[in-house]
Design a protein. Structure first.
Length: 64
């Protein structure tokens, strides 16, 4: 399922971590789309990326 504002998805067992660049209403639409597509959403939380997080992603080559 393609969703606007989804930059990256990482899977680890039953958990999916999504790098998302949208706003509050866009997050609502993402959750709505996941549920409508049949995904079993147990938890949905927002974590703001810090400058250190961004630096580490750049040094690991995850983003340019």
């Amino acid at each position: 399922m393609q969703q606007p504002f989804v930059e990256q998805v990482s899977l680890s067992g039953p958990r999916a971590t999504v790098l998302f660049s949208g706003e509050d209403n866009d997050r609502h639409e993402l959750l709505k789309g996941l549920i409508e597509s049949g995904a079993q959403v147990i938890s949905f939380e927002t974590k703001t990326q810090t400058l250190e997080d961004t630096f580490m992603r750049i040094t690991r080559g995850e983003i340019q």
